[in-house]
Every structure is written in C-alpha cells, then in structure tokens.
Design a protein around this ligand. Structure first.
Ligand SMILES: C[S@@+](CC[C@H](N)C(=O)[O-])C[C@H]1O[C@@H](n2cnc3c(N)ncnc32)[C@H](O)[C@@H]1O
Length: 282
C-alpha cells in the first residue's frame, strides 16, 4: 500500500525530469526547431494522453520513439507504423510527433482485439481471443480528440492479411502485439521495408523468450538469410528511470518494480556470437 503510494508519487513528480532526460539530445534535427519549451509541451501532452486514453504502454517509451523520429534527418524517407493499437493511446502520441516531422502514421490492427492463439505460440496461453479490443471508430475518436488525425491512416484486418501489402519504406515500427505469432508476422513483413537505420520497437521487453526472436540465428537465417540484429532493453526494458530488476516470474514479490519501458532494434544492429575457440574453423 505504502510502496504503491510512493511509486505513484515518484511517477508523477518525475514527469518533468523524465521528459528532459529522454528528450535531451543534441541530435534532434535542427529543422524541427525543437526548443526546451516544445520538449516540455510534447512530453506533458504525451503523459496526459496516457491518462485520458486507456493505454497499455508508458508515455516514456512513446517519448523514446518520438526522440528517434526527431533525430532522423527529414530527407530520410519512411513512414511510422504502429501494429497493435488497442484504444489508440500510443498512436495518438505518435501522431503528435508525426505531425511535427511531416511523416505518415500507419495504424494496423484487427480493431477486434487479439486473434485466436496459434498452436506453438507460448504467449497465447496468457490471452483469449478478443482481448485488447478497441473498435476503429473509438480509436479514431480518441486520436481526433487528443492527437493529430490528419497524420494517420488506419489499416483494419489481421496482420497476416494486411501486412503483405506493405511496400512503402518504414522509418520506425512499434509492434505491441502480445502474441508470438503476431510478432513473427510483423517482423517478417516489416523488416524488408525498414530503411537503413530504421527501428523496430516492441513492448514486451521483459519477456526473454519473446525477445529471443531478435537473437535467434535460426529465425534470421530462415526469414532473411542474415545474422540476428539483437535488441536493446531485452529482459528489463530501456533504462528510463523505473525500477525493474526482474526476472518477470518474480514480479509479484516486488510491488515497486515497474517495467514499462519497451525495447528496440535497428536495421544496422548486430547481435550474434561468433567466438568458438574449440571449433575447427579451418
Ligand atoms: C496490447 S494491445 C496494444 C496496446 C497499445 N499499443 C497501447 O499502447 O495501448 C495489442 C493489440 O494488438 C492487436 N493484434 C494482435 N495481434 C493481431 C493480429 N494478428 N492482427 C491484428 N491485430 C492484432 C490487438 O487487436 C490489440 O489491439
């Protein structure tokens, strides 16, 4: 009880510090004239949106994505994508930054919640069909009220049916899709469209099995004939000032631990082991 109070107090009091900590970058492109005041304005609006709209992710991870978008020079092409939007809370925030930089936000979702779990999908046991349902009209209404709807395009349907038609360059994709099967579909169709230094963010950073996709030599060999890219934040999430020591299975024993920070990989990253001194490499 007490620790929950302190956790909430810490969360609220640390908002301005978090905003300045996360958006404090010399690499934000000067074309965007992103002053201190604009940083605070965007950060507070992002925080408020996660209070106004039921949202499964933290405004801090939304700000990290905003930062990567703002740091990318305007002449680098590529849309922003969210796969898995629920009520549109994160999408509303991404639409704010898309509006600043003049990029399109493509929002992919069934708008009927999660699909039936596939056989072999270990995450499927934690959910049922229809979980996290946000109807298209509800999502549009939320973004209209709190985001920038002009920057958004909505693509309704199951990922396996909609993503194969994605052929435009992608600068950053946020995959908040819960299921392993959905993650596989998203990576399979989005990775080839990612620009050279394009990003994939995920929400399930503390799921080490889930994150393992980004380190699996077998997966990357089969899907893309390359070595894996790795992922920053695997196991604990990005270091955004929240206390999460892990592992996930022990979360109930530490009420102050909060993991809501996401993880990301970039098209040019590398995450594979190559030192095998006992193997005959001749
Ligand atoms: C956890 S919610 C997303 C939360 C949201 N990003 C946020 O920050 O509040 C997961 C979403 O993924 C969508 N989803 C998962 N798998 C899908 C699939 N195969 N096809 C379409 N939508 C899918 C669900 O409909 C749901 O909206």
């Amino acid at each position: 009880m007490v620790s929950r109070f302190f956790m909430k107090a810490y969360y609220v009091l640390s908002i301005p510090i978090s905003i300045l900590f996360i958006l404090n970058s010399k690499h934000i492109h000067k074309k965007y004239k992103f002053t201190l005041l604009k940083k605070l304005g965007l950060g507070f609006r992002m925080f408020l949106n996660t209070v106004r709209i039921r949202t499964g992710t933290s405004y801090k991870s939304h700000m990290v994505m905003a930062l990567k978008i703002l740091e990318t020079p305007p002449d680098v092409c590529g849309d922003i994508i969210e796969c898995g939007t629920w009520k549109g809370g994160c999408a509303a925030n991404l639409s704010l930054v898309c509006n600043i930089v003049g990029r399109k936000l493509l929002i992919f979702d069934s708008f009927e919640g999660l699909p039936e779990g596939a056989i072999g999908d270990r995450e499927a046991q934690n959910y049922k069909k229809g979980d996290y349902c946000g109807a298209l009209e509800e999502v549009k209404r939320n973004i209209f009220r709190y985001g920038e709807i002009e920057s958004c395009e909505f693509v309704k349907g199951w990922f396996e049916e909609t993503l194969p038609y994605l052929h435009s360059p992608v600068l950053l994709a946020f995959l908040d899709v819960d299921l392993e099967a959905s993650l596989d579909t998203c990576v399979r169709y989005i990775w080839p469209n990612l620009v050279d230094k394009g990003y994939i963010f995920i929400d399930e950073a503390v799921g080490t099995d889930y994150c393992a996709l980004f380190y699996s030599e077998k997966y990357w060999k089969i899907r893309f004939n390359q070595t894996p890219p790795g992922i920053i934040g695997a196991g604990t999430g990005l270091a955004l000032g929240e206390y999460y020591i892990g592992p996930w299975s022990e979360r109930n024993t530490h009420p102050t631990w909060h993991h809501n920070a996401g993880a990301f990989t970039r098209k040019d990253m590398s995450g594979y082991w190559s030192y095998y001194p006992d193997e005959d490499t001749a």
